[in-house]
Design a protein around this ligand. Sequence first.
Ligand SMILES: *Cc1c(COP(=O)(O)O)cnc(C)c1O
Length: 346
Amino acid sequence: MRKTFDIKSLVRKNIEDMTAYSSARDEFMDVAEVYLDANENPIDNGLNRYPDPYQNELKLKISEMKSISSNNILLGNGSDEVLDLILRAFCEPEKDNVICTPPTYGMYKVLADINNIEVKSSILKKDFSIDKEDIINQIDENTKLIFLCSPNNPSGNLMSRKSVIDIVRKANCLVVVDEAYIDFSNEKSLINELNNWPNLIICQTLSKAWGLAGIRLGMCFASIDIIDILNKIKAPYNINVLTQRKALERLNDSKQFLVNLDRILKEKEKIKIVLDEIGFVEKIFPSDANFWLIKVDDANKRYKQLLERGIVVRNRSNQLRCDSCLRITVGTRDQNNKLVTALKQL
Ligand SMILES: *Cc1c(COP(=O)(O)O)cnc(C)c1O
């Protein structure tokens, strides 16, 4: 079922009314022999020119990979920039609110707090699934965004596709689905649903499965109307030349990507077999991501013991529904062997 939707009723009025910055590259996009329009240093060192503000070459590659038009893509300096842009475009500080589903990625609330936007919480159920009815019930006239994370961090589980789509269908606000870990899952991305749902926004990143956390590249997929609004407020040259170059180089090597992904997924299963046999591990939560959330007898004690052996995991025991839980990222074979040896010694 298609949905009609008036994005203008959601965007902040000052954003709707403002004029975007017009860069030298906005005003002249053709090819010329001599560029004297941007006050750049003319001496060629490979990096003396500003980057392409719309990352056309990189977006073309991503559009082919994801089977979606470049016009439906916005790139950010990590997903964190994308999330911040979405909040700033649609949420009026001190008036609007967003819904988060703790325990989940902490940046949704931090970014909302920075922007002085109220955060409502719909706590995940005991099995970390979303409480669809509760989310729908919490929507009010000032709710602009719902953040869903699938697979979820820190629990690792995938959210039911049907539940997510039901929320998108019923909500008259925007729904952001953060798919940072989707490449580790057998489930398909929701990108192919974008044509049906003009209020759906999907975020992905090169930071996890693509192994490029250091270059900071986040991807946002949404309707052209939404992408246009985000383009209007983003910093003109938000993705630097080095990042665009490196991202393109790595995205063109999908063979190596698949080899590395396979390695990580195999290691993930190996760790699980060992974890199953460790006495103080009380529960291993289902994971569609590159980590395991485990419930142990005493998270603080086990965290410290691992640290004493040079291994740092994430203590998530102070998060809602994560009592006594540690989150363990899948490492290389060598790193995982060290982890396993340490666990067996404790
Ligand atoms: C790691 C992670 C990201 C990645 O953020 P970047 O800014 O792209 O590095 C986004 N969302 C979730 C849920 C994550 O765990």
